[in-house]
Design a protein around this ligand. Structure first.
Ligand SMILES: [Zn+2]
Length: 234
């Protein structure tokens, strides 16, 4: 099977990929719009202060809140126990910054409480990061030699399936971190009814980007499987 027949046989899939690309673009544009909008709504505490208070309130004393470069670079690093907030989130006092800061602390709490999906996700990290380095090449050569040497594509697909699994395990982890963030923001009185809703909308926007990424990964996986089946059938 050559590249031309792959493309002809899977027109539906090219349409699907196009739809996913558009969805992904809309979702990230919408997230950016929400973050921008809720950055205008001022609060009294900066992202850094919100994060430190949330950790303290949850009895976590060994996690540091630090500032990191870039935009939307916010993350929790379990290796050195740091909540990394982008400069704007770290320094500014508004609803978007509080939502992001609290969400990242949600991840710190998940690790502290040994939340099961997080443990599973952490266990997969080394395998996924290794396979993501070579999976594209394995699949590319696997497609070229699908008729004479199908095992290569099978191995590539197995590796890719791991990254797909990983992106789906990420979903409950992200939703749970946001849930912890929202509960605490409201309980602590940092946000009132109106601003809690805004924070929730900002975090929902972020969750959709993970959802689209997971679906896109699944669509790609099915596409590779179809190629493998087609190659075997020919
Ligand atoms: Zn997250």
């Amino acid at each position: 099977m050559d590249l031309q027949s792959i493309m002809a046989n899977h027109t539906l899939y090219w349409v699907l990929f196009f739809v996913i690309a558009i969805a992904s673009w809309i979702v990230s544009a919408e997230l950016e719009r929400r973050i921008k909008k809720y950055s205008q709504v001022k609060l009294t505490m900066t992202g850094k202060e919100v994060a430190e208070k949330m950790l303290r309130d949850n009895g976590i004393t060994d996690v540091q809140v630090i500032s990191t470069k870039g935009q939307l670079t916010d993350h929790y690093n379990p290796a050195n126990k740091t909540v990394n907030l982008s400069e704007t989130v770290y320094n500014q006092a508004n609803v978007a910054a509080a939502a992001v800061a609290a969400h990242e602390c949600g991840h710190a709490i998940q690790h502290d409480k040994a939340y099961a999906p997080v443990k599973l996700r952490s266990a997969l990290v080394p395998v996924v990061s290794f396979s993501s380095k070579i999976v594209t090449w394995v699949i590319l050569f696997g497609m070229l030699f699908v008729e004479s040497f199908p095992i290569l594509l099978e191995v590539g697909i197995a590796m890719f399936a791991l990254t797909t699994l990983f992106s789906f395990i990420t979903l409950p982890v992200e939703v749970d971190a946001s849930r912890r963030a929202m509960n605490w923001l409201q309980e602590s009185g940092i946000t009132d009814r109106e601003t809690t809703e805004m924070a929730s909308k900002a975090l929902h926007g972020a969750a959709y980007t993970y959802l689209v990424a997971a679906l896109s990964s699944l669509a790609t996986l099915i596409y590779y499987i179809l190629i493998l089946m087609g190659g075997r059938r020919d």
